[in-house]
Design a protein around this ligand. Structure first.
Ligand SMILES: [Zn+2]
Length: 188
């Protein structure tokens, strides 16, 4: 399965590598090579990292901490101390190296450096009172995203992933309602 980068921030995209969190969770990071592919696909992170099961475990621990801290932020409750410790410790490591060339920016570094970068981004995001963090409006999605739209009126994590699916479902429901006006569906 392909990774999506629709959340507006690498930290939220990392958290989004588990979908359907409240029903049947689908985890896209099952092996170190899944993680290597994710890091390489994510803009702003090193294009080639090599990792092992220990590296995967550290990424998953950061991922779950970010997810829970973002939920804390959305619910406007205090952050969970254990999750803060994971995030802050990861962020304390050195970030990747960036070099400017004619082709643009080249980012290189280790997995630990990549995770430090993700954690630093998460800190900036979670500390920003203006950041509109939301959970996708499609109930089974559970993806968190940063709404940068004017007036923060976005409802879905992404149109392809969820918005179009929800619109199609609403259209089918309306058609059913018209076809069977006496049914319950007609009274919505
Ligand atoms: Zn969604």
């Amino acid at each position: 399965m392909d990774f999506s980068f629709v959340s507006g921030d690498p930290a939220l995209d990392l958290a989004g590598t588990v979908g359907s969190r409240r029903s049947t969770p689908v985890d896209l990071l099952n092996t170190p090579s899944d993680l290597e592919r994710w890091v390489a696909s994510c803009e702003g992170l090193p294009d080639a990292v090599v990792t092992d099961p220990e590296g995967l475990a550290s990424a998953l621990s950061l991922r779950e901490a970010i997810y829970r801290l973002a939920l804390d932020r959305i619910a406007e409750r205090p952050f969970t101390p254990d999750d803060l410790a994971v995030l802050n410790t990861t962020a304390a490591g050195p970030p990747p190296t960036v070099e400017l060339g004619d082709e643009g920016v080249h980012v290189s570094g280790t997995l630990a450096q990549a995770l430090a970068q993700v954690a630093r981004g998460a800190i900036a995001l979670l500390a920003d009172p203006e950041a509109a963090l939301k959970e996708c409006g499609r109930p089974d999605c559970t993806r968190l995203y940063l709404d940068r739209s004017r007036g923060a009126r976005r409802t879905w994590c992404g149109m392809d992933e969820c918005g179009n699916r929800m619109k199609a479902a609403a259209y089918r429901a309306r058609r059913r309602a018209r076809a069977h006006p006496d049914s319950d569906a007609g009274q919505v």
